[in-house]
Write a new protein. Structure first.
Length: 255
C-alpha cells in the first residue's frame, strides 16, 4: 500500500483546482528507509555503506496505479544498513521532496557485504479515492514518467443523480435550467481545498430528481471528470428550488 506525501498532495490539489502547473520531474529516485517516512517525510533514510538513492522508471499507469518497470539495484553494502522497512519515491537524488511512500512487503536486514535489489513491480504508486481514471493516470504519467499534463484553467462543478465513479459513467443532472458552474478554490491545506465563494446554479424551472454526487470537471460541457464524491446527504431538487453551494461547503483535493 502506498500513500501520498503532504507535499505532493498540495501540489496535485493546486494543479487540478487552482491552475498551478505540476513540477517537471525528469528523473524520480527510489529511497530506502528503516522507519516509515509517512505523509510528513519524517522517516529515517538509510545512510552510509555506499547507499545512495537510485533512479527508478515506471511503466505506463493503469487503473490509477503505476509500477516500477525495471529492477532497481542498490549494489552491495559496505557496512551494515539495518533493517529496511519502507520505500519512498522522491524528486531528487538528494534532499528534494517525498512524493509517495510505502512499506516493503517483507522487511530486509542488509548487512555488510549483502546486495540489495528491488524487483520489477514491487514499487506501486497510486492515486485512488476521489481521482477519476483520467486525471489519476495523467498525473502519474506527469510526475513519474515526465509525460506532460496541462492543468485546466477553469474547473466546473457538476451534480449527479448517481455515482459517476472514477470511470465517469454517472447520470448528470439535466433540464430545468441546470448547467455546470465555474468554481474557484482557496489554497489547499493537507491536500484539500474549499470553494472560495458561493456557487449559484439559479432557481430550477423543473425538477432535477435527487442529487447524490458531485464532480469536478475540466469543461462547461463534456470534457473530463477530475474528482468525484458523494454529497453529505442526498438532495431532492424540485421545480422552483434554488440550487447553490455555499462558500467553503465544497471540499475537494488530493488527500
Amino acid at each position: 500500500m502506498s500513500q501520498l506525501a503532504n507535499y505532493v498532495e498540495n501540489v496535485i490539489a493546486n494543479a487540478i483546482l487552482r491552475n498551478t502547473a505540476l513540477p517537471a520531474i525528469v528523473t524520480p529516485y527510489l529511497a530506502l528507509y528503516t522507519s516509515d517516512p509517512g505523509e510528513a517525510d519524517a522517516g529515517t533514510e538509510v545512510s552510509g555503506g555506499g547507499y545512495v538513492r537510485k533512479a527508478i522508471t515506471f511503466a505506463a499507469p493503469s487503473g490509477r496505479e503505476a509500477q516500477n518497470s525495471a529492477q532497481v539495484d542498490f549494489g552491495t553494502a559496505s557496512a551494515n544498513l539495518g533493517t529496511i522497512t519502507h520505500w519512498g519515491v522522491r524528486d531528487a537524488a538528494s534532499g528534494g521532496n517525498l512524493l509517495w511512500s510505502g512499506a516493503l512487503t517483507v522487511a530486509k536486514t542488509v548487512n555488510n557485504g549483502n546486495p540489495y535489489k528491488v524487483e520489477v513491480g514491487q514499487i506501486v504508486c497510486k492515486l485512488k479515492g476521489a481521482f477519476s481514471t483520467y486525471v489519476g493516470n495523467a498525473i502519474l504519467n506527469h510526475l513519474l514518467r515526465n509525460v506532460a499534463w496541462t492543468q485546466p484553467a477553469t474547473v466546473y462543478t457538476a451534480f449527479y443523480t448517481n455515482d459517476p465513479t472514477e470511470a465517469d459513467t454517472g447520470t448528470e443532472a439535466a433540464g430545468g435550467g441546470y448547467a455546470r458552474q465555474a468554481t474557484a478554490f482557496a489554497a489547499p491545506t493537507d491536500g484539500l481545498c474549499q470553494n472560495s465563494g458561493l456557487v449559484s446554479y439559479g432557481t430550477m424551472s423543473a425538477g432535477l430528481g435527487t442529487l447524490t454526487h458531485c464532480g469536478i470537471r475540466d469543461a462547461a460541457t463534456s470534457g473530463n471528470l477530475l474528482l468525484v464524491g458523494a454529497l453529505t446527504s442526498a438532495l431532492p431538487v424540485a421545480a422552483g428550488d434554488p440550487l447553490q453551494i455555499a462558500a467553503g461547503a465544497l471540499v475537494a483535493g488530493a488527500a
